[in-house]
Design a protein around this ligand. Structure first.
Ligand SMILES: [Zn+2]
Length: 125
């Protein structure tokens, strides 16, 4: 089962899979979403490519998981994953919300920490 990864989905697999009702935790043994069991399945997400290994099903990636779950053909899985990944912000870590108050304080500190420039100032030369 050699299916190449989908670049646009890199690092987004846990969220993508969750959309399909497949909940995975990185590097934790868990029941296989495809064949069950108790701890035969491990989502290792190598290189952010959604890879897994199951003692029963073998190795694969997120595309396989979704395909088995939905019974769609591989082309449709690719299309849907690409669409979904394209709508997601890039990167694994969600962006921290900017705190305007903290930002203002930092800017003020920077401003107040500055020196007035005088003609005999030699710094920066
Ligand atoms: Zn399995």
């Amino acid at each position: 089962m050699a299916v190449k990864g989908i670049d646009i989905a890199k690092g987004k697999w846990p969220s993508i899979l969750a959309h399909f009702g497949i909940h995975v935790k990185r590097n934790q043994h868990s029941p296989c979403p495809m064949c069950g069991g108790k701890d035969r399945f491990r989502f290792d997400d190598l290189d952010g490519r959604g890879t897994f290994y199951c003692n029963q099903c073998g190795a694969g990636n997120g595309v396989h998981l979704i395909q088995r779950k939905t019974n769609w053909d591989i082309a449709k899985v690719f299309r849907e994953v690409q669409k979904m990944a394209g709508e997601m912000p890039s990167g694994v870590i969600p962006q921290k919300k900017d705190d305007p108050e903290k930002r203002r304080r930092l800017l003020n500190e920077t401003w107040n920490g500055g020196k007035n420039v005088s003609p005999d100032d030699t710094s920066g030369k």
